[in-house]
Design a protein around this ligand. Structure first.
Ligand code: B12
Ligand code: SF4
Length: 254
């Protein structure tokens, strides 16, 4: 099957001199979640590629003949994600599935714009989902929601994955390698998921839970090593660190 992932862009909030440096214009760090999921899917499906609108334009001739298109949305890029999903549904035969934090928290809304909404973390859900599609079976598995007539059917939550030791294959993101020399693109490594706190305004614990799950130290160290190797195209991102012209700075989230 031909599988494409899309990270929708995030427009500047308002065009002005003050937001000249906002994300997507000058800070471009593509989704670690989609890179992780594409890496997992690529273990069983060979034709897998991600487009991030913060890195490149989407090559529509490539996307519109895909079998399945996965779109990941946060709240700040949800509208753009819905716009892309509708465009793909109108112009291709691809199954369109939307996932990510915003879709997880608002699956009835997301269901209006796609064939399937994927609720929660996709690491174990995506391979199961693709297995159903491959075999032509109904996708009635936990973590999936969809619109049927005027109702939204939701198959219920699935347990969060405990093994999150995945090193993302950064080559799966179209044009990423070409862009890494720009100092607005930071290497990202995520060492854990979940948060033990429960701040009122934060959506995260609803999606990832209040138990912190960690990757193994060896896996994180190897990821940092690969992140540096991938981003090291001769132009050192952290060359400005005092006293260490060849030092590296990697965004590690714990
Ligand atoms: C790293 C990070 C950044 C980085 C990179 C962002 C990026 N493009 O990914 C930077 C520093 C650039 C950044 C900036 C911003 N961020 Co930020 N960021 C994070 C952070 C710390 C980690 C995100 C992450 O990679 N998580 C780990 C991965 C594995 O999780 P994930 O992406 O959610 O993916 C998993 C699931 O959601 C699901 N999934 C995701 N997509 C899909 C798609 C399908 C089809 C399926 C099946 C599943 C699926 O499966 C994945 C694997 O399990 C989160 C907080 C957090 N801990 O999550 C905030 C967070 C995402 N940021 C947030 C915000 C608000 C912003 C900004 C708007 C801040 C601002 N005011 O400027 C900007 C937006 C910039 C932009 N265009 O991206 C909010 C979003 C809230 C919301 N409701 O959407 C968060 C959740 C923080 C918070 N607590 O509120 N951010
Ligand atoms: S991730 Fe959310 S719940 Fe956890 S400390 Fe930060 S704001 Fe609070």
């Amino acid at each position: 099957m031909k599988i494409r992932f899309i990270e929708p862009g995030n427009l500047p909030y308002r065009r002005s001199l003050l937001n000249y440096f906002v994300y997507d214009k000058y800070v471009r760090t593509p989704s670690h979640g989609l890179l992780t999921l594409a890496t997992i899917v690529n273990r069983v499906e060979k034709d897998v590629l991600i487009y991030s609108e913060s890195i490149s334009k989407i090559r529509w001739s490539d996307v519109l003949d895909a079998d399945v298109v996965f779109i990941g949305i946060f709240t700040f890029n949800a509208n753009r994600g819905y716009e892309l999903a509708e465009y793909i549904r109108e112009n291709s035969k691809a199954l369109v599935a939307i996932g990510g934090l915003h879709a997880t928290l608002n699956y009835p809304e997301a269901a209006l714009h796609c064939n399937y909404v994927m609720v929660g973390e996709g690491d174990e859900l995506l391979p199961e989902f693709l297995e159903c599609v491959r075999k032509g079976l109904p996708v009635d598995i936990p973590g999936v929601a969809y619109q049927s007539c005027d109702r939204v059917i939701y198959n219920g939550e699935r347990p969060v994955p405990q093994n999150i030791d995945v090193i993302p294959d950064r080559d799966l993101l179209f044009n990423y390698k070409k862009m890494v020399g720009y100092n607005t693109i930071w290497p990202q490594v995520h060492a854990s998921r979940g948060c033990p706190h429960n701040c009122d305004y934060c959506a995260l614990v609803h999606a990832f839970g209040r138990t912190v799950r960690t990757r193994s130290p060896e896996n994180v160290v190897e990821d940092i090593r690969q992140a540096i190797a991938f981003h090291d195209n001769g132009r050192r991102l952290a060359a400005e660190l005092p006293g260490s012209p060849n030092a590296w700075r990697v965004y590690v989230s714990i």
